[in-house]
Design a binder for this molecule. Structure first.
Ligand code: C2E
Ligand code: MG
Ligand code: MG
Ligand code: MG
Length: 298
């Protein structure tokens, strides 16, 4: 009967759902519909980029932005990655996302530079895009877009998570090095939450650590969280890495991070992710390219 079938399906876990139940059937149907919608959305250019400014904590100056994908859904309105990125990873659409974010972002960098705005833009690239076949094309696309729009590589940053280090380690290290040879900077995102092994910091070339939001959120009420953050910041100094605190929502969090000497920060307290025309960015007037270079010597 249905109850028994449901029981078995649960027992077996979600990867072994060979028992039919109405509930499972509904889930499978919803998943398939979402997958179809993802492909349709791609074809109709429904995916766009929002940008969240990243600040130098001391000066409160914008040093860059993170590009974050949004789905401009014809019926549902603005849909956040939390609702579709996992499935996109599973079915491989996340690689199309990576490609379109690279193209859009480099184009945007060109528009900003034409307006005298010299900041970097960081994009999130899935570990899937570092697999054999994809990794080579990733480097080619980044190189050709930068060249096409005449953008120095250091204005494009790529955020990866620790997950990328789990497989194809040689190819991953090689790919990161090739990207860095183009001038591109590498951020290790969500630091401290993954299958963390500090070994990664010895074996892989990265430029920035982004301390995960979950640590920052506990600054106000958890002594261990504060100690972990303090240790991470100290470690980045020792390793000569740059450090960004993610998810700063309160002034007190910002002050604590400033005291530790955490250089950069990002979070709703500073600014939320917004569409490009809602961003307010510092413009460095033409004729002051030297200042721009100095401001961006990061
Ligand atoms: P992430 O790369 O760690 O990006 C930061 C996320 O934290 C963003 O969520 C941002 O809106 C949110 N955030 C920033 N400041 C605060 C804060 O003060 N409080 C809170 N509560 N949240 C804050 P978003 O845009 O929903 O993206 C979620 C995740 O989806 C990203 O986490 C990233 O892993 C993934 N993602 C976003 N865009 C892309 C993309 O273009 N490609 C890929 N592969 N993944 C993406
Ligand atoms: Mg990120
Ligand atoms: Mg993150
Ligand atoms: Mg909080």
């Amino acid at each position: 009967n249905a109850d028994t079938a449901m029981y078995h399906a649960k027992e077996l876990g979600r990867n072994n759902s060979q028992f039919y139940t109405p509930e499972l059937n509904k889930k499978v149907t919803a998943r398939m519909a979402l997958e179809q919608a993802l492909y349709r959305g791609l074809m109709r250019d429904e995916f766009i980029s929002y940008y969240q400014p990243i600040f130098e904590i001391d000066s409160k100056k914008v040093i860059g932005v993170e590009a974050l994908i949004r789905w401009n859904h014809p019926e549902k309105g603005l849909v956040y990655p939390g609702d579709f990125i996992d499935l996109a990873e599973e079915v491989g659409v996340v690689i199309d996302f990576g490609n379109l974010m690279i193209t859009q972002t480099v184009l945007q960098l060109q528009a900003w530079q034409a307006a005298g705005i010299y900041i970097h833009a960081a994009i999130n690239i899935s570990s899937k895009q570092f697999a054999p076949g994809h990794a080579e094309r990733l480097v080619e696309l980044v190189a050709s877009e930068l060249q096409k729009y005449n953008i120095p590589g250091e204005y494009l940053h790529i955020e990866i998570t620790e997950r990328v280090f789990m497989e194809n380690t040689e190819l991953v290290a090689d790919t990161l090095q090739k990207l860095r040879n183009l001038g591109v900077r590498i951020h290790l995102d969500d630091f401290g939450t993954g299958y963390s092994s500090l070994k990664y910091l010895i074996n892989f070339p990265v430029d920035y650590l982004k301390i995960d939001r979950s640590f920052i959120a506990r600054i106000g009420d958890n002594d261990n969280a504060r100690k972990v953050i303090k240790s991470i910041v100290a470690m980045t100094k020792e390793l000569e890495l740059k450090v960004v605190a993610e998810g700063i929502e309160e002034q007190s969090e910002c002050e604590f991070l400033a005291q530790l000497g955490c250089e950069y920060g990002q979070g709703f307290w500073f600014a939320r992710p917004v569409a490009v025309d809602e961003l307010s960015l510092p413009s460095i007037k033409s004729g002051h390219k030297a200042n721009a270079d100095k401001a961006n010597a990061i």
